[in-house]
Design a binder for this molecule. Structure first.
Ligand SMILES: Nc1ncnc2c1ncn2[C@@H]1O[C@H](COP(=O)(O)OP(=O)(O)OP(=O)(O)O)[C@@H](O)[C@H]1O
Ligand SMILES: [Mg+2]
Length: 328
């Protein structure tokens, strides 16, 4: 039987097929004709159009801050992604990776969207569990683990064991906040209006939490005063502020969860360290910055963006484990 783990992220959809590995990683967006609602492009092709569409077309992300906000487009996009990875969806078992504590009404939305995309055997598991599984972190009842998954639209923080979540929360902060803030920061300080794609590229190329990191790149945009196209060279230091603000916010919430832990759990977390996953955890210097700020050991996933879906894949291959970790 076909089995898929689906991480339908706010920025990127990742799909793992049991027996094959990761078979898809594409932006979770579509380009839509405003007047008729007709979809003109899906996934990677749609993202290329971001900021470059005419008045008639818009690029829509049907998930925002980890929640499905446009069920119709989410269903159509999921159906398109599924058509790329399986011949038939009916009968395919699908495990959806969702945020920590994802409420029942949000899971209902996933359910409806999955049904609309042709899936009929659906279950859910929370991302911190899956990130740990993806990294082969030894999970048991007596060995609590602490994970922080930093995505594009949200961050999940949780301490858990095989028994379940001990303390956790998910917050609407992630890499996309940084992109938006970078745009404003560059406009204010360099009189240059840049687009979302350029801001994200700046973040992933020169963005860094390493002190005195001196990477730089040329970005193109529109001069705020003259209105003409202009380019400027920006360094890690130039974008440090709009990135660090959100990392610090994430760490504030992480500390809140750490402070709520029972003493024995605290002791285990102190021994095991903090596991970091999610695309934004791939930011240069992220793991060291977190270690320094929290005065704890950190472990960065080998492939931060794929850790959750890889864990989903592992759970698909182990029915007993899946029964224990899936959400009721
Ligand atoms: N090397 C990198 N440095 C900084 N940010 C990165 C890097 N690589 C990817 N990102 C960012 O990671 C985010 C995507 O990560 P991920 O795929 O984990 O998010 P998602 O699952 O789609 O979102 P969410 O979990 O919030 O719904 C984007 O904001 C992207 O810009
Ligand atoms: Mg995610």
């Amino acid at each position: 039987m076909l089995k898929l783990a689906i991480d339908f992220g706010s920025a990127t959809t990742k799909i793992y097929r049991l027996g094959s590995g990761v078979v898809l990683s594409e932006p979770t967006c579509v380009a839509v004709l405003k007047e008729t609602g007709e979809i003109r492009a899906y996934g990677s092709e749609a993202k290329k159009l971001l900021g470059k569409t005419s008045d008639q077309t818009e690029v829509v992300f049907p998930l925002y801050e980890g929640q499905i906000v446009n069920e119709k487009l989410a269903g159509a996009l999921l159906e398109y992604f599924l058509s790329k990875v399986v011949k038939r969806t009916f009968g395919t078992e699908a495990l959806f990776c969702v945020s920590c504590g994802c409420p029942a009404e949000d899971r209902e939305k996933y359910y409806r969207v999955a049904k609309a995309a042709g899936l009929n055997r659906i279950s859910f598991a929370e991302s911190p569990f899956l990130a740990a599984l993806g990294e082969d972190v030894p999970l048991s009842e007596s060995n609590p683990v602490f994970c922080v998954d930093v995505g594009a639209g949200q961050t999940s923080v949780a301490a858990f064991s095989l028994e379940g979540i001990i303390a956790g929360l998910s917050m609407s902060v992630g890499g996309r906040n940084m992109d938006v803030h970078i745009i404003d920061h560059v406009a204010e300080n360099f009189n240059l209006k840049i687009g979302t794609l350029s801001a994200e590229k700046l973040k992933t190329t020169v963005g860094s939490l390493i002190e005195r990191d001196n990477q730089s790149m040329i970005v193109n945009g529109r001069d705020v005063i003259t209105g003409k196209p202009r380019s400027v060279s920006l360094s890690s230091e130039n974008v440090l502020f709009p990135i660090r603000v959100y990392v610090d916010k994430i760490l504030e919430y992480t500390e809140l969860v750490l402070r709520k832990l029972p003493a024995e759990v605290s002791a285990a977390v102190c021994k095991n360290g903090i596991f970091l996953s999610g695309g934004t955890a791939g930011l240069a210097g992220f793991a060291d910055y977190v270690a320094e700020r929290l005065q704890m050991e950190t472990h960065l996933a080998r492939d931060p963006q794929m850790a959750v879906v890889l864990g989903g894949g592992r759970a698909l291959g182990d029915a007993a484990l899946l029964r224990r970790i899936r959400m009721e």
